[in-house]
Each structure stands twice: as C-alpha cells, then as structure tokens.
Design a protein around this ligand. Structure first.
Ligand SMILES: Cc1cc2nc3c(=O)[nH]c(=O)nc-3n(C[C@H](O)[C@H](O)[C@H](O)COP(=O)(O)OP(=O)(O)OC[C@H]3O[C@@H](n4cnc5c(N)ncnc54)[C@H](O)[C@@H]3O)c2cc1C
Length: 479
C-alpha cells in the first residue's frame, strides 16, 4: 500500500479544509499507536511529527518487547502481567517484527540476585504470564552454562536460568503502526513541526520542515505524545504546569558478533553499581546497554560520551573476561531519552516505567512515560479517556509488517522514507550494523532517492551531509 511523499503532499494540501476530531502531536510509538486506535474507532485524526516517524526515543530503545522481569523486584505485578499480555498479542499481530529470544540470567557469588531469588522470580514471571507464557525456563548448573555460552564469566557462578522474552526492531515497529494508522484513515504527516497555537489549543500552526512553508490545522481535541519534548511543547502551547517528564538518557554500544560472541541475550547487573542491564544479540552484532542518567540540556542532539562507553565496556569486560573489548571495537552507538514520569528525588533507575495520562485542558490530553511494549494499552486508554462517542474498538488484525524494505524504491513509495538518514538509520539497519555504518552506500542511496523524490544536486548534498553528521555524532565518544 502506498505510504509515500505523494500521500504526504496531498494530505498537506487538504490540511486546512475541515477540522479534525483529533490532532496527535508526535509519531513515536505512543503517538502512532494513539492515531491508529483513534482512526479505527472512527475519529478523523491527524498525527504531526517534526522529524521522521520514530526519530525520537522510539528508535533508540533496547528493542525488547518484554514482560519486565526486573519490575518484579519493585512488586509491579500489574505492569508485568499487562506487558506479558501485550508481548503475546504483538507476537501474533506482527510475527515478522517481534520474535522470541533466549535470555540468560546468571547468579554469581555475592550478587544481589541469589540463585533462590532468581528461581522464585522465574516462577512468578511464568505465573503472571499465564496462558501467554513463552518457553518454560530452564535452570542451568555452571558447567551447563559454560557449554551453552562459553564467553560468559564462569568464576563465582552459582547457577543460571534460561528464559524467553521478545525482541523487535523498534523503528520499524513504530513505522508499521503509523502505516496501519494511515491505512485506517489517519493523516500521517512526518516532518511537520508544531510551532505554535493560533487560537486556543485547537488551531495549531505547523511548519513543513522539508520546504519551510507554514500551515494551519484545527481539531476538537489535541493529544500530546511528544515523549521527552513534552515540557517544551507545553511551554510552546502556553500551558503552565510543573515539569512532567524526567528525561533520563540511555546509551547502547554495538560490536560485531565475532568480537563479542554471546549467542543469547544476557540480563546482568553492572559490577560498579548493581544496575540492571543487557547484552543483546542483534543479528550479526552484539549490543550492550544501557546507561540511565539524568539528562539536562537540549533534547535533540544526543550522543554517547566516552564516559558512557567506558561504563558499558566495564560491564561487558567483567562478564566476558576472555573476550575483552576496547573503545576501538565499537562499531556504532545510539542514545535516547526515556520520557519518564517526573518523580523528584528518586534515582533514575528507580523511577516507575508506567505511563501517566493527564487532561490539562478540556481539549488537551498529555501522555508521558510507558514502554514500547505497552503502546496499545496506552493508546486505548488515551482514546477512551477523550470521552467522545466512539465506535467499538475492533481487533486490528495483523499489522502490515515487514522486516526490511526490498529496495530504496520500496522504502520511498511504501514506507514514507524522505531522507537518506530515514533510509540508512531507520528503514534499514545500516546505521547500527552496516560496514562503516553505511557511509560507503550513502551516495548511491542519495542518487536513487533523488531520482524518486525529484531532488536537485543541492538537496541531495544536504541529505547526504545530514547523514554523515549523524554518524559523526554517534562516534563522538572517541573524541
Ligand atoms: C535506552 C532506552 C531503552 C529502552 N528500551 C525499551 C525496551 O527494550 N522495551 C520497551 O518496551 N521500552 C523501552 N524503552 C522505552 C520506550 O522506548 C519509550 O517509552 C518509547 O519509545 C517512547 O515513545 P514516545 O512515542 O512516547 O516518544 P518518542 O519516540 O520520543 O516520540 C515523541 C515524538 O514527538 C516528536 N515531536 C517533538 N516535538 C514535536 C513538535 N513540536 N511537533 C511535532 N512532533 C514533535 C518527536 O520528534 C518524537 O518523534 C526504552 C527507552 C530508552 C531510552
């Protein structure tokens, strides 16, 4: 189904005609999910996104659709039960994009997870999953783990468990949901930034970031799904409120599998501070993440610092002492901001991952917090909470998901791919795992996109340079 720049252009031309029932600001997983739910339930919906679909946090996650085993420690049983249910539904609705993977959870002498606590946690996790459980966890003695994952630290190992959770491609999952929203009748407008409110909150001014032209859009209800940009947008819209989001930065670093040969995901605690983190297989690579540090300053240009990379390397080198890695082995990094609900005084990793929906004016709802995994639940709550007469929510059926586009042309015509960065960073995996992060292909991709999108030489150069800057930024930790 067509989902292209041509759809975008015709949608923009019709934007001012009739007011919408619902304007959604932000096309991360939260906004895309809300737009899909609203369109399915009969609301005339538009979703405005200043960058690409999923260009914010929703392409910088750990790429897990998970029940949240570690939330058991915080006694968040409801959150875990909800997450495992959603995990199951996503496995059914998007099997190309959500797949089970094995996790190893190991208990070492003196670690905060004793073998007994680990086994109890597994039991509760399975019970909460009920009929949605994945493969039954297995308890492994040290010699069995040594056979299964020889790269993992053996010293001090008491026992381990292998259990299952799911992995996804976050950017493509978000794209898939945005495309499903389009299919259900929503108007999806990437690279259209909300720059002000014209007349109360129901008439917004937007700027087309591709051409610089300004437009207006009206709607009876507005939902802010702007993740880490929420407080900035509230200020822009003239809404006074205490700080709603506590943005904490999470960094991942990525290595070729040959250098970090761990076949399964590993749930571990950092040797310095006991924080939960992961080693994750990511196709031909292994990813280590994540940090969790309070973020101050601009939300737009994030990157891994040398300190972040060192911190993550220390954990990897502790758990894989026979395959030590150094900064030079890193092939890519990415950083994102968790839009956590502001809970002053708590350390970042203790802040709840649950979402919060607020009605800040009769025509304005705001959603913050949450997880990729639970986006459907969040969307349903937001749309139901609008208090409008709606059609019954129907089963959305399978998502029109695809693991990767077959070509640049398919990405342009069917996946709303508008720039070189969209293609190399979010439609494909070149940015994370490509040789040289896709820099070797950048000119060829730009020429093909240029032909399809009618770019002149100057515009082609702008798109190429923007991608080169993204790659340079992801390597800033080396400075
Ligand atoms: C390091 C890390 C790891 C994580 N790992 C996982 C995981 O493994 N599993 C999981 O379930 N969850 C995970 N999460 C949480 C999950 O990624 C986030 O909760 C989710 O992606 C947030 O999505 P969002 O749509 O709310 O925000 P975003 O994806 O940031 O979307 C907000 C959008 O609003 C747009 N916007 C901002 N201002 C404007 C404007 N003026 N006009 C128009 N648009 C605007 C932005 O461009 C952006 O695209 C992780 C988060 C982080 C940071």
């Amino acid at each position: 189904m067509s989902f292209s720049h041509e759809d975008r252009t015709s949608n923009l031309a019709e934007l001012g005609e009739d007011p919408f029932d619902l304007i959604v600001i932000g096309a991360g997983i939260t906004g895309a999910g809300i737009a899909h739910e609203a369109a399915q339930r009969g609301l005339r919906t538009v979703v405005l996104e200043k960058g690409d679909i999923a260009s914010g946090t929703s392409s910088a996650s750990s790429k897990l659709v998970h029940g949240g085993l570690r939330y058991l420690e915080q006694l968040k049983f409801g959150l875990v039960a909800e997450s495992v249910r959603e995990r199951h539904l996503l496995l059914e609705m998007a099997p190309e994009l959500v797949w089970p993977i094995d996790f190893v959870l190991a208990s070492y002498k003196g670690s905060k997870h004793s073998a007994r606590k680990m086994r109890l946690g597994m039991w509760i996790y399975q019970r909460l999953a009920g009929k949605h459980r994945l493969a039954k966890p297995r308890v492994l003695e040290p010699e069995e783990l040594a056979q299964l994952e020889p790269a993992l630290r053996q010293e001090g190992l008491v026992q381990a468990c292998v259990y299952q959770d799911c992995q996804t491609n976050d950017a493509r999952l978000t794209l898939t949901v945005a495309k499903a929203a389009h299919q259900a009748g929503a108007v999806v407008l990437p690279r259209c930034e909300v720059v002000g409110a014209l007349d109360g909150l129901t008439r917004l001014q937007i700027k087309d970031r591709l051409t610089g032209t300004e437009h207006e859009v009206s709607g009876s209800q507005v939902v802010l799904a702007a993740g880490p940009w929420t407080d900035q947008l509230l200020q822009l819209l003239g809404i006074e409120h205490h700080q709603l989001v506590r943005p904490t930065q999470g960094v991942h670093i990525c290595f070729p599998f040959e250098k970090a040969p761990v076949e399964r995901a590993v749930a571990m605690t950092h040797p310095d501070d006991g924080r939960a983190m992961f080693l994750l297989p990511w196709r031909t690579h292994t990813v280590v993440g994540t940090t969790d540090t309070d973020h101050e300053g601009p939300v737009d240009r994030l990157c891994a610092s040398g300190e972040d990379a060192d911190y993550l390397l220390r954990a990897y080198n502790h758990y894989c002492p026979d395959h030590p890695l150094a900064l030079d082995d890193i092939v890519s990094t990415w950083a994102g901001l968790r839009p956590l609900v502001n809970e002053p005084g708590k350390p970042p990793s203790k802040i709840s991952r649950e979402h919060l929906i607020l009605r800040l004016a009769p025509e304005l709802s705001v959603i913050v917090g949450g997880k990729l995994t639970t986006f459907r639940v969040m969307a349903r709550e937001v749309v139901t909470g609008l208090g409008l007469e709606l059609e019954e929510a129907s089963d959305p059926g399978p998502y029109p998901a695809k693991l990767l586009p077959a070509s640049v042309e398919e990405a342009v015509r069917e996946e709303m791919c508008l720039t070189v960065t969209d293609y190399l960073r979010r439609r494909t995996l070149q940015f994370c795992t490509g040789a040289d992060q896709g820099l070797g292909q950048v000119d060829a991709v730009a020429s093909e996109m240029g032909k399809l999108l009618g770019w002149d030489e100057d515009y082609r150069r702008v798109s190429v340079d923007a991608y080169r800057r993204e790659v340079a930024q992801s390597r800033a930790f080396r400075a």
